[in-house]
Write a protein that binds this ligand. Structure first.
Ligand code: ADP
Ligand code: MG
Length: 322
């Protein structure tokens, strides 16, 4: 590349034309549009997420983390549909192309893309305030996507991983202090490098009755699933998974993080009793724990329980994008 700032074509060629060929990509980066072949008969699953500097990430946040997160949040959306991810489009708005920043960003993005066999097939590059928008396309056999609307009274409610850790990590970073112990380091990692539950989501086809991924906090997101299903829930607060990092916090704060924190990118799903054995079978092969936190009820709204007894909604501030 010539000295100084790269041109737009140089930028795309150097940092973003990195995906290996794939038989289902007839044409990738370089023409006016990409040409892709869906597996015959399957449905196309599409998601897009935008991260804006100052709103979704701090100016100081590592470029590598941003590259990872802009793909991870979309992988999590496709995982929540039980879809298989395949192709990505990246829209990048930058004040100026800074090679060091682009190096980190591309490393984070393509490291995750390789692991999940996603190829970048196009995008757009514009001058403006720093923001990243990624569109992810994938596929699912017809009728097998898992929607939010399928939960029925009596179904169990389950979550993967450790909701609440990511927000604890984000707050540690915002406070500027260095994480002191391994449990805190892993919370920071869960915020900066969330692990999308793609392999897990796909195995829930035919098992889960409803599913979504947790981006705005368990309480808010579970309410969305329940309202889409026309149902309510009882949630046992003492059953919520508690990571080593959350256990370091005062109990009330840990609970508020788990319920209201946001940025978790864990899966929350419902399973009819007749499929619980099948869930035990598939989840034995997962890379994360799965925890039953409650059950779906016919009565609307969420009833919070402690040791089976109803309690008032736990205190805490809800995550908000605005
Ligand atoms: P056009 O002006 O026709 O929109 P561009 O010059 O913006 O085309 O893009 C040229 C090619 O590079 C297209 O194939 C486009 O999809 C791809 N592209 C542009 N920006 C990016 C990016 N940030 N990441 C990946 N591909 C990109
Ligand atoms: Mg064009």
């Amino acid at each position: 590349m010539t000295e100084g700032r790269p041109s737009e074509d140089q930028l795309i060629g150097h940092w973003f034309r990195r995906s290996p060929p794939r038989p289902d990509v007839a044409l990738g980066i370089g023409d006016d549009a990409a040409l892709l072949s869906l597996p015959p008969g399957s449905e196309l699953a599409c998601a897009v997420d935008t991260l804006v500097e100052g709103t979704h990430f701090l100016p100081a946040s590592p470029a590598r983390s941003l590259g990872h997160r802009c793909l991870a949040v979309n992988l999590s959306d496709l995982a929540a549909m039980a879809a298989t991810p395949a192709w990505a489009l990246l829209s990048l708005s930058l004040e100026a192309p800074e090679p060091a920043w682009l190096d980190g960003f591309a490393e984070g993005l393509f490291a995750l893309a390789r692991r999940f066999e996603v190829v970048l097939v196009g995008g757009d590059t514009v001058a403006g305030p720093r923001a990243v928008s990624l569109t992810l396309l994938g596929h699912v056999p017809p009728g097998q996507a898992i929607r939010r609307s399928g939960a029925r009274p009596g179904d169990g409610i389950w979550v993967t991983g450790w909701p609440g850790d990511a927000v604890a990590g984000r707050l540690l970073l915002a406070a500027g202090g260095a994480p002191a112990v391994p449990a805190q380091l892993s919370q920071v990692a869960r915020f900066e490098y969330p692990e999308p539950r793609c392999a897990e989501g796909v195995t829930l086809r035919g098992i889960a009755s409803a599913m979504l991924d947790l981006s705005d906090g368990l309480a808010t997101d579970l309410a969305r699933l329940l309202s889409a299903s026309g149902a309510g829930a009882e949630v046992e607060l003492d059953a919520l998974p508690r990571s080593g990092g959350l256990a370091l916090l005062p109990a009330e704060q840990a609970l508020a993080h788990a319920l209201y924190g946001g940025d978790d990118y864990e899966l929350c799903f419902t399973v009819p009793p007749r499929h619980e054995r099948a869930l035990a079978g598939v989840s034995a092969g997962w890379g994360c724990p799965v925890t039953r936190i409650g059950r779906v009820t016919a009565a609307p709204g969420i009833t919070w329980l402690r040791q089976g007894e109803p309690v008032p909604p736990p205190a805490g501030e809800r995550f908000s994008h605005f």
